[in-house]
Design a protein around this ligand. Sequence first.
Ligand code: IPE
Ligand code: IPE
Ligand code: MG
Ligand code: MG
Ligand code: MG
Length: 315
Amino acid sequence: MTILPSQLMSDATRTEQCLTSVFGKTADATAPRLMEAMAYSALNGGKRIRAALVLGAARLAIATAKPDLSDVEEGFGDEGQGSLRVAAAFECLHAYSLIHDDLPAMDDADTRRGKPSCHVAFDEATAILAGDALQSLAFELLADPLTHADPGVRASLVVELASASGVNGMAGGQMLDLEAETRALDMDETKVMQAMKTGALIRAAVRSGGLVGGADPALMTGLDTYAVKIGLAFQIADDILDRQASAEDLGKPAGRDAEAGKASFVDFLGMDGAIDEAAKLAREAGEALHATTSYSTPELDYLLELASFIIRREF
Ligand code: IPE
Ligand code: IPE
Ligand code: MG
Ligand code: MG
Ligand code: MG
């Protein structure tokens, strides 16, 4: 584990700078309270895993396309401003999903990222609108010509995020998650719900990094398998933490899944089984990427380290 801490921090910082400049430009917006609530929720910390996945996949795609391996071995290349905007778009979409997830009508959670949730810091109506506007902003960032010169790539990025966040992705998964409070899901149904609720956005982040970095079809296939595996591993880790960690460590309420009667992998596999399953998925994710290249590069290693970070994180 050598690349991860500093590179993850650098990816997070640069994504936040990109977001700050986006919010900064509209600081004199005609609805300043809404803008304030958006900035509050998008810039209030967070691990920035989705941003890191976009940037990591983009860098791997760029490095893989280089004909001269010696260029690659020198270390990280510049993934470009376009990738950073894609990373920022994913963090906006994610921030919107968290604001709405915390609302009284959903998980009714008062804290997020160690601070009052958006609807507590502002009010419920403002939080709903901040989520709406962050979602719109995500698509605006992707569709803007500054993100990629090729309109075909921009359209693919928009489709990728739209399908991952809509009825067959995050929003649909959230619906199934709410229904699980009153109807027990079996393990397969839980898997589907989690793949939609959390996995879809993580998968789209990796794929979008590949798209903006110009990944060839073989690499895209490897990235996709990697992404599906870490997406599921991520939500298993979230469920494990919900049971094991303190609200203080998590920066959000703990123990809520069991309280709401929601079945998670911890119920089906037991705590040890869930931990083993997450580890197996992270290992398989790494194998899928290794299958795309016989070289070990810093770009590849970073994605492998992110996979292992996702399952051993403590918040
Ligand atoms: C939390 O996501 C919500 C889920 C999808 C389970 P993260 O754990 O990535 O949250 P932040 O962005 O680091 O706060
Ligand atoms: C929320 O899942 C996933 C999304 C926001 C789409 P959870 O409800 O488990 O997330 P946390 O635990 O509140 O972060
Ligand atoms: Mg929830
Ligand atoms: Mg929640
Ligand atoms: Mg949770």
